[in-house]
Design a protein around this ligand. Structure first.
Ligand SMILES: [Fe+2]
Ligand SMILES: [Fe+2]
Length: 243
């Protein structure tokens, strides 16, 4: 895989049989974020391959294909980019992505692949701060949910704990103190999953109802969240949550 810029990943699968092309495409597509796309070159019609990989990814990708004979190109994007109905849809998808990234950090840490763990972690770390910034500072104050007592208050409290725990992981990488890494990652991975589940079940229904009351604002939130999760407000995000 070659990374031309932040947003376009290119992958040449020409000459690879499906049993090699498929895991390669799966691994690349699994990390695809909002605003990113994969451009695939391949020497045969890729539709079957794409459908198989999409199935493995719980239909998380959409694509366009062009080509003929032995020259084909496919462009793959997160399906949610075109199809998210509202901001809650988008954040739910982002939970799934953050979870998966953190599971990958944990797997790499357990296998002692420290550099890979660190690379995936740094993606996760900025991703988590974007997500929390959106929820804490943009959606929470408008869509509510009980800032003093209620699902919103719980959410704010848990976010602080997730940020603090992630910082400990970051420090572990910086200090190259890897012995505790799998244990710390395992705890954080559990906290993350529990938080997301609770948020989706208690706060998101309240947000969805409040969001639906103003269609224009809902469209603006959706657009802003897409841009923010794609990294367009990272300077703001880092003001609240420095590196
Ligand atoms: Fe969330
Ligand atoms: Fe959250």
């Amino acid at each position: 895989m070659r990374q031309g810029n932040d947003h376009v990943l290119t992958l040449d699968l020409s000459g690879l049989p499906d049993n090699q092309a498929s895991p390669l495409l799966f691994a690349t597509a699994q990390r695809l974020g909002l605003g990113q796309c994969i451009q695939v070159q391949i020497d045969r019609d890729p539709h079957t391959l794409l459908r198989a990989v999409s199935f493995q990814l719980r239909e998380a990708i959409s694509w366009s294909v062009q080509g003929a004979e032995e020259h084909w190109q496919a462009e793959i994007r997160p399906r949610v980019e075109a199809e998210a109905r509202d901001v809650v849809d988008l954040l739910t998808w982002d939970h799934y992505r953050l979870d998966r990234q953190f599971a990958d950090v944990l797997a790499a840490a357990n296998a002692n692949r420290v550099q890979e763990a660190q690379e995936i972690f740094s993606d996760y770390w900025i991703g988590l701060r974007r997500h929390v910034h959106m929820e804490n500072h943009i959606l929470g104050p408008v869509l509510g949910g009980g800032e003093k007592k209620g699902p919103l208050a719980d959410m704010l409290f848990e976010h602080q704990s997730l940020i603090d725990q992630s910082r400990i992981v970051e420090e572990t990488f910086q200090e190259q103190d890897y012995a505790m890494l799998p244990a710390i990652c395992a705890v954080l991975s559990g906290s993350l999953a529990k938080h997301e589940n609770r948020e989706e079940n208690t706060l998101f229904p309240i947000w969805q109802a409040a969001n639906n009351q103003d269609k224009l604002r809902a469209q603006e939130f959706l657009q802003e969240t897409k841009e923010l999760l794609a990294g367009k407000q990272d300077h703001r995000v880092r003001e609240f949550f420095p590196d």
